[in-house]
Design a protein. Sequence first.
Length: 365
Amino acid sequence: MDNEWSPRARYFLLILLIVFLVAVAWYIRPLFTPLLIAALFAYVLNPIVDFLEKKARLKHKVAVNIAYFLTLAMIFSVPATVVPIIVREVQEVTTDLSDLPNFVQSLLEQTIVIGGLTLSLASLGIELAEPLSKLLEFVPENTLKLIEATSRQIAWVLVIIITSYHFINDWDEIKEWLFRIPPKKLQSDVHRLYDKIADIWNIYLRGQIALIAILSVIYALAWSVVGLPGALLLGVLAGFLNIIPELGPFIAASLAFVIALMQGSTFLEMSNFWFAALVVGIFIVINYGKNIWLMPKIFGKSLDLHDGVIFVAIIAAVVINGILGVLIVIPLLASALVVIKYLRKRVLGLPPFPEQDSEDDLGEA
């Protein structure tokens, strides 16, 4: 008796399976974000685990526990010291921004004399005051709503904490299981694709975290030295906003300029205008150093993507999925490009990994 299924039956079952998986994925889509965060957290910690295993010669389970729980302790201990300072500076910056309409109006009420011509912008100040006030009321109000909504997601936080531990502890088994899914003829290609994609994510994610941390410290220290009010908050904000090319740095510089122009330095004896110019000058110098030295040093030439494509992708990610989307969209694009290049070469009958094949030939010789 022939128990082999006909091609029609197999294709029908395959279609049913795909439809079922798509339906399940759509139903559990709110779970994807915390799972992705957990995977990224585990990925960032994985080198620490490898280091403890190789250098300290610890067992895998012990290395995972040390790296994971020490990192969690650091994450939960930082708010106890940093959050009160951040909250105080948020209050200061919010107070400064709430006075911005009055400041703009008083600035525009001053008459400007150019030659024999006297200009008065008082009417423009009155027209700008109302929409500016509404905008500044909108931002803190919705920020508080966002913080309130985020604080209710304790269940998702638990999912991230527990899942990330299992990702770190069982990743080798998960990886080997995934490698066994394709046919044996393709498993070597899957291994090579994985190595290429892993290099992209490794360089980008850890580099991005390092870049944010370094820039946050540099901005905060530099602005604190000259006495900019809210320097710590503005420095951290400037570091994070550098994720968004061009637009992020412009927002950070504009906000620092407004605060400096309104409040002046806490100890430098200079006019508010020249102090604001100094603050922006410091930002430009740091940003220039970031572009010509820091970013090439961290990322090298790991991402083969055009700057315009990166900019459009990041703006789209901000709109669709917020900060998490910004953090992963670039390595996702670079990874997709690797897969597309592989498929194109396979379709055209070309060697998919010519550089590695040549290395293998040299090794055999």
